[in-house]
Design a protein around this ligand. Structure first.
Ligand code: ADP
Ligand code: MG
Length: 494
């Protein structure tokens, strides 16, 4: 048994007194369960909470053991708020939860437990001072160390699998990360088609800079968020503050710059920020879905600046890279499959890495939830379903079908989705259901809104934007949406 520690739902203050703290892990967990059960419903409770084994309770840290990595991600994705609430009520405001994950090697050897260092959570909590995500621009501290980079820590060079398709871009990225602002790769622009690793690579550069240069201020933002925040700043008369927050960065990472196309005012601001940073020797990193010469609606003077540094493309993954991706990603979830299955996936899922990931996630779902053996037959079925219909472009579903599917997925009633409750456990599935309805039904936003309990139609476009934005920055959320789309596929085949 290896015993490492995994980040947890660290708890925020509540009104419950600390007198209720129990030092017995079994008793504490039993108490948590009694609070969780009514909040999640019986079916979800049995699936997600009964298999958990409490291991120890020391210094208000309750360690629970979960069956595998996927299980852990699911809990954090779906039940983090409920868990937090229960822990606060049982252990008090300083209570914490840690996960211990059983890694099943599926090769006859003993399972072992794996935990991830706890300080990830602690660091995040110590620096939630600057928010530039979504539409908010809030600056509450100017401290250098407390600059929130908005990076997703999951994107690293370690898990960016190297192959012919990305070797050059990866090496250049590592070089930028070692000396940001001091290489000839400034600006550094990486471009490729959909799902080939641009966001992963540019965020990995940011995370590596953060690791190597802890006092370096990094800012990651998508061009869409930049535009949205700029529009808000104009409305609020806060353009100077908006610009200043970018000008303070030592490294600015802008994802999907092609969306600046046709947005002249935002481009203008970006142009000034770009010049300011570049003149001061700061690093600029960008991604785009095409080479600068093919970008539409971008000002010539901005495009000419892109050419000052390095522009490198990411190619579609070759067979050997696909093999490595399948193996690494399944193994990372504690799942080991026969070589013929790995080979089949690498042979047949060729278009992009995101599709490959959807297939891997679906197989992991079958393995973890369906307790299925990962055979070649199963791989064939999953590939047949996902790869022909990955984009689900046909609008063949009804709003009711999607509501039903999402409600079942979350063990909710459809009426819960239609309610006005803002509880995250209802608001999140509702938002996702709205997004799927907008994508995969013929209904207009107005019609969808009326079928969600008579809401305003702007709620639907807001939900779509929110889901799309979250998918860009939150890997497990993106996987979840992929899994739901896969469920829709299944629905269609029935
Ligand atoms: P893009 O921004 O080009 O659309 P992403 O960076 O979002 O693509 O990549 C799609 C998915 O594929 C992400 O989940 C990413 O982590 C994964 N991915 C892409 N390239 C690699 C790679 N070389 N190694 C491991 N995972 C990768
Ligand atoms: Mg991207």
């Amino acid at each position: 048994m290896i015993d490492l520690k995994k980040p947890s739902a660290t708890v925020e203050p509540s009104s419950v007194s600390e007198a209720s703290i129990k030092q017995d892990h079994n008793a504490a967990w039993r108490q948590c369960l009694s609070l969780i059960m009514p909040a999640v419903g019986e079916q979800a409770f049995q699936t997600w909470f009964q298999p958990i084994v409490p291991l120890q309770l020391t210094n208000n840290v309750l360690v629970i053991q979960v069956p595998n990595h996927f299980f852990y991600e699911w809990l954090e994705e779906h039940y983090v708020h409920i868990l937090k609430r229960a822990i606060v009520q049982v252990l008090g405001v300083h209570g914490k939860l840690e996960y211990s994950i059983v890694v099943d090697q599926n090769n006859g050897r003993q399972p072992y437990t794996l935990n991830i260092p706890q300080n990830i959570q602690a660091t995040t909590l110590q620096r939630p001072v600057r928010q530039i995500t979504g539409h908010s621009v809030a600056v509450t501290s100017e401290s250098k160390e407390l600059f929130d980079s908005n990076l997703n820590p999951r994107y690293t060079f370690d898990n960016f699998i190297e192959g012919e398709c990305n070797r050059l871009a990866r090496a250049a990225g590592i070089s930028v990360a070692s000396k940001p602002g001091f290489t000839s790769f400034n600006p550094f622009l990486v471009y490729s088609g959909f799902g080939l690793g641009k966001t992963h690579l540019i965020q990995a550069i940011g995370n590596e800079i953060k690791r190597l240069h802890p006092y370096h201020q990094i800012l990651y933002i998508t061009s869409e968020d930049f535009i949205a925040q700029f529009v808000d700043a104009v409305k609020l008369g806060e353009v100077r503050r908006f610009v200043a927050q970018f000008q303070r960065a030592d490294t600015l990472i802008i994802d999907d710059v092609q969306f600046f196309g046709g947005k002249d005012k935002s481009q203008e601001q970006f142009f000034h920020i770009f010049n300011h940073l570049h003149q001061n020797g700061k690093q600029i990193i960008m991604s785009s879905d095409c080479a600068p010469k093919d970008m539409k609606g971008l000002m010539e003077r901005l495009l000419s600046r892109f050419k000052w540094g390095a522009t490198i493309d990411l190619q579609a993954p070759d067979y050997h890279t696909r093999i490595a991706i399948v193996q690494t990603k399944l193994n990372a979830q504690g799942i080991y499959v026969p070589d013929n299955v790995v080979d089949y996936l690498a042979q047949h899922v060729t278009d992009n890495i995101r599709t490959l990931e959807s297939v891997i996630t679906t197989l992991a779902l079958h393995y973890t939830i369906g307790k299925a053996e990962l055979t070649l037959e199963l791989a064939k079925t999953v590939v047949a379903k996902l790869c022909h219909t990955e984009q689900l472009t046909e609008k063949r579903f009804t709003v009711a079908q999607i509501q039903q599917m999402v409600a079942e997925h979350y063990y909710l009633k459809v009426s819960d989705l239609l309610s006005a409750s803002r509880k995250p456990e209802l608001a999140t599935p509702r938002q996702i259901a709205m997004y799927l309805c907008a994508q995969y039904t013929e209904a207009s936003n107005k019609m969808i809104a009326s079928q969600f309990g008579g809401k305003d139609q702007s709620t639907i476009s807001h939900a779509c934007k929110a889901v799309q934005r979250k998918m860009q920055t939150d890997e497990s959320y993106k996987k979840l949406i992929g899994a739901l789309k896969a469920k829709l596929n299944n629905l269609r085949q029935e």
